[in-house]
Design a protein around this ligand. Structure first.
Ligand code: URA
Length: 231
């Protein structure tokens, strides 16, 4: 209700408790009320105004290079340009957000949702959810990087070292890296801190959600209930 009315969750709760919300024309003061599909499509009013109560949407997208993870951008296409409006309720237009951004030149798993609380759970640093990347570097990856990444690295401009990260070297210039934070350009800055440079970066996993092999770059699908509820 908060997402669809522009109110904060606290304000939305107050509106319900004050009796300003009706479901199918009947006052409802219970904030825990579950809505049927039909009720979610226009059956709810706040002070007589119908709410945009489409069901929340959860998508995984295989991001290609060249797209930015922003709602609008003056210079580049955004990941939202890859979505077909016919795939979701018109009321969700403008409500979709990326849960965990990737840089313009990074490819792979991007989660998109209209559910602000879920987004917060996925991106909250306190949750320490693992994000796994496939990395290709300009220089050979030194074997001592594994221990350095595990210990934590001082990144320029950051007050605290990085949290322990798991680096698995898979080739002279290739590795898999799992981090639990989401700092700005984190993977690139971690490799820069050990004297290397990331030339290709691809995210394959966030927590238990793995990029679907069936999704080609630019393609997306809705998350399964198991993927949505797995946090
Ligand atoms: N770390 C980066 O440096 N870039 C990304 O896109 C994601 C993680």
């Amino acid at each position: 209700m908060a997402a669809s009315s522009g109110l904060s969750r606290k304000q939305a709760t107050l509106e319900v408790r004050r009796g300003n919300v009706q479901i199918d024309g009947i006052q409802c003061k219970r904030t825990a009320t579950q809505l049927s599909d039909a009720q979610q499509n226009g059956g709810v009013t706040l002070n007589s105004t119908a709410l945009f109560t489409a069901k929340p949407l959860y998508l995984m997208l295989h991001k290609p290079k060249g797209y930015v993870c922003a709602n609008t951008d003056a210079d580049h296409p955004t990941v939202f340009d890859l979505l077909n409006e016919r795939d979701f309720h018109p009321n969700l237009q403008g409500q979709l957000q990326v849960a965990g951004r990737l840089d313009i030149d990074t490819t792979g798993l991007v989660l998109i949702t209209s559910d602000g609380l879920w987004n917060h759970t996925v991106t909250s640093p306190n949750k320490k959810l693992g994000k796994r990347y496939l990395v290709t570097t300009a220089n050979p990856i030194a074997s001592d990087s594994v221990a350095l990444f595990e210990q934590g690295l001082e990144l320029r401009g950051d007050s605290k070292p990085t949290k322990p990260a798991k680096l698995i070297i898979t080739g002279s210039h290739c590795a898999e890296l799992e981090i639990t934070e989401g700092r700005y350009h984190q993977v690139k800055r971690m490799f820069a801190a050990v004297g290397n440079k990331v030339v290709e970066l691809h995210r394959v996993r966030i927590a238990d959600i793995t990029l679907d092999d069936n999704l080609a770059p630019c393609e997306y699908r809705t998350l399964t209930a198991e993927e949505v509820n797995g946090f």
